[in-house]
Write a protein that binds this ligand. Structure first.
Ligand SMILES: Nc1ncnc2c1ncn2[C@@H]1O[C@H](COP(=O)(O)OP(=O)(O)O)[C@@H](O)[C@H]1O
Ligand SMILES: [Mg+2]
Length: 248
């Protein structure tokens, strides 16, 4: 079954076509990385797929449910850790976790259990009593992802989860993301090539609002006649290869 299926998806902001006929299929259980230079349309795509904004054209389904017609089912099946943090700055880590669990309908006692589990899973013990606004980038991002997982989504969108993090924090987050592999479907965006290579089952490269190529890391390198994945990304982003060759 497809966790995500999008066909000819379009989003316009005035004259600016942010997403311009995007096709995408991600299978249940896959970890899919969406790459593309700034402005390629990655975040806009995630916002449409998570029913946050309405497409201007095309269709998208999450586990077979239409993002426009079946918004409630779509929202119940997935969650997002957005590029702009969704954490309440003045609440502590513990309060953020219990608060979000109660928003999802868990009782006080259940919310406490959820928060305990999240603190352990994401190694947040040290910072549990700290206000979110005082957290380092790595901890803030871990909290954001932990909060997104409280609703037990089958599909998680991670928009640039490791942006600006130091090597240690990034590696800690990679372990967490790797731990999700096979359990739930993950779509992440990143600017770090080595991150996409290390984590992904498949990779899609967006260019100017369209999916220019999708495939495994090796398939993309070969289709772009590149020596490594960075070169493949550059060739594909520059339109310097035949898109048909990489349409796996
Ligand atoms: N809320 C918005 N209003 C107007 N333009 C937007 C808005 N969000 C995104 N855009 C534009 O849409 C294009 C795609 O943006 P975005 O999806 O954020 O790209 P990415 O995440 O790949 O960097 C860019 O040209 C951006 O300026
Ligand atoms: Mg973005």
């Amino acid at each position: 079954m497809n966790a995500i299926y999008a066909e000819n998806l379009v989003k316009k902001y005035g004259k600016n076509v942010a997403v311009n006929g995007l096709d995408l299929a991600v299978k249940e259980g896959e970890l899919f990385s969406l790459l593309g230079v700034n402005g390629a349309g990655k975040s806009t795509t995630i916002k449409m797929l998570s029913a946050l904004i309405r497409p201007d054209g095309g269709t998208a389904e999450i586990f077979g449910k239409d993002v426009v017609k079946n918004t409630a089912e779509v929202k119940a099946a997935m969650n997002v850790s957005p590029q702009e943090s969704a954490v309440a700055a003045n609440l502590t880590v513990w309060e953020n976790l219990t608060f979000i669990a109660q928003i999802y309908g868990f009782s006080k006692a259940q919310a406490k259990g959820k928060a305990e589990k999240a603190v352990e899973w994401f190694s947040l013990e040290e910072v549990a009593g700290k206000r979110a606004k005082t957290l380092s980038g790595g901890y803030a991002r871990r909290l954001s992802i932990a909060m997104a997982l409280v609703s037990e989504p089958k599909l998680l969108f991670l928009d640039e989860p490791t942006l600006g993090l130091d090597v240690i924090s990034r590696s800690a987050l990679w372990k967490i993301i790797q731990g999700l592999k096979g359990k739930i479907t993950v779509l992440l965006t990143t600017h770090y090539m080595e991150e996409a290579e290390a984590l992904s089952d498949r990779i899609g490269i967006m260019v100017k609002g369209r999916m220019a190529a999708t495939g495994t890391r090796d398939e993309l390198v070969s289709a772009a006649s590149a020596k490594d994945f960075t070169e493949a990304f550059i060739n594909i982003s520059n339109g310097d290869f035949s898109a048909k060759k990489a349409a796996f």
